[in-house]
Design a binder for this molecule. Structure first.
Ligand SMILES: Cc1cc2nc3c(=O)[nH]c(=O)nc-3n(C[C@H](O)[C@H](O)[C@H](O)COP(=O)(O)OP(=O)(O)OC[C@H]3O[C@@H](n4cnc5c(N)ncnc54)[C@H](O)[C@@H]3O)c2cc1C
Length: 349
């Protein structure tokens, strides 16, 4: 969020400085390990209509934003495939019902399609006959988050934005509007903002990154399972992100054996080609989350904004949050946030 905002502010002609606690490689950020799926209909089973609308907004906004970058960033809209094993059919029916309800209330989203075995095979031939049913969510997207972070960094450097690595800051370190001080301050620190925004909590996520030359999947594939719902998000060159656990905890310790076993077994159950995959990385990060699991923009003062609570939807909703923040800078008000039901609030005095 911070990199996106710094970039757009610099493009709008502002002089921008970025203070980042970590390094240029974003090692401390969940943004680095995320799957970066842009799946508003799939996510509607577990989130509010406002987040779904922000996700729909992103699917048209990301191509415009990516077109402004010098470096290419992998982005596709090949939809999402949902699969389940026979014994999980009741859970799949419940899930399909939730998505159908979303299609009724948010008709601008492409409609869910039920697939038989032949339909699954047609979309993903390498799954052969392993699944006799599935769901297809057309138009859903994904991007390569690491390419995006690198491409944004490149733009910031090219525009001579001041970049301060290893430089933790807090909003109270600045007095916006005072002499020798910035005009505006934006706090996009994720869980780093917890001291000033104590309602924030971390939701631990563990993911595996695999290189699987024997597996070809063209789109993010989600497996419905009562204990460990997982997704397989293909990146370029047979790299796959297998994720993710969702554990109510600020715990950033290394991935557990149990989580790793569950993620890898579920991937192998979808496609046996994962047996010979090579494990590139298994990583843990915590998603910055507010009590209602919804994002918020919070005014700390007339020229100071905090943006947080992006939870498991940072890539899916950041274009909407970005554009709303830019409106606030320009006009002190945002019609976009109103229309998308994105919360803009004042910090308690
Ligand atoms: C396993 C996993 C899978 C995910 N998959 C998806 C997905 O498929 N789709 C999707 O849309 N989202 C996904 N997400 C969510 C997404 O990664 C987050 O919503 C997003 O990264 C939040 O962005 P942010 O910029 O608000 O915070 P962060 O990404 O947490 O960035 C905050 C930055 O602030 C820095 N910082 C912290 N404290 C300070 C300080 N005091 N001073 C200066 N800098 C500081 C940190 O080092 C960090 O770089 C996933 C997350 C996880 C963990």
């Amino acid at each position: 969020m911070g990199r996106l905002l710094a970039w757009q502010l610099a493009r709008a002609g502002h002089r921008v400085a970025v203070f980042e606690a970590g390094g240029a490689d974003a090692q401390n950020s969940p943004a680095r390990i995320a799957a970066a799926m842009l799946a508003p209909l799939a996510e509607s089973a577990i989130t509010e209509p406002s987040v779904v609308e922000m996700g729909r907004y992103a699917l048209t906004r990301w191509p415009q934003l990516l077109a402004q970058l010098t470096q290419p960033v992998f982005f596709q809209q090949e939809g999402t495939l949902i699969l389940w094993h026979r014994q999980d059919a009741p859970e799949a029916r419940r899930f399909a019902g939730q998505l159908q309800a979303t299609n009724e209330t948010q008709p601008a989203l492409p409609r869910l399609q039920a697939l038989d075995g032949a339909g699954v095979r047609q979309l993903e031939p390498s799954l052969e006959n392993r699944f006799t049913q599935g769901l297809y969510l057309p138009g859903e997207g994904q991007l390569d988050n690491r390419q995006l972070l690198a491409a944004l960094l490149h733009e910031l450097q090219a525009m001579q934005v001041q970049l301060h690595w290893g430089s933790p800051r807090a909003p109270q370190d600045f007095q916006p509007g005072q002499p020798q001080q910035p005009d505006w301050v934006f706090d996009c620190r994720g869980l780093g903002a917890q001291a000033q925004w104590p309602q924030l909590r971390g939701i631990r996520g563990e993911v595996a990154r695999l290189h699987a030359p024997d597996v070809s999947l063209s789109r993010p594939t989600r497996l419905i399972h009562p204990r460990y719902p997982i997704y397989i998000a293909p990146k370029q060159d047979h790299v796959f992100v297998i994720g993710a656990t969702e554990i109510e905890s600020n715990d950033l310790s290394p991935p557990s054996v149990r989580s790793t076993l569950e993620l890898l077994s579920a991937a192998y159950a979808v496609h046996p080609g994962f047996a010979e995959a090579r494990i590139l990385e298994i990583a843990t990060q915590c998603r910055p989350t507010l009590p209602d699991n919804l994002p918020a923009i919070r005014r700390l003062g007339p020229r100071s904004l905090q943006i947080n609570g992006l939870y498991r939807h940072g890539f899916m909703i950041s274009p909407a949050v970005l554009d709303a923040a830019m409106e606030l800078v320009q006009h002190q008000t945002t019609t976009l946030a109103d229309s998308l039901d994105l919360r803009v609030e004042s910090a308690p005095a």
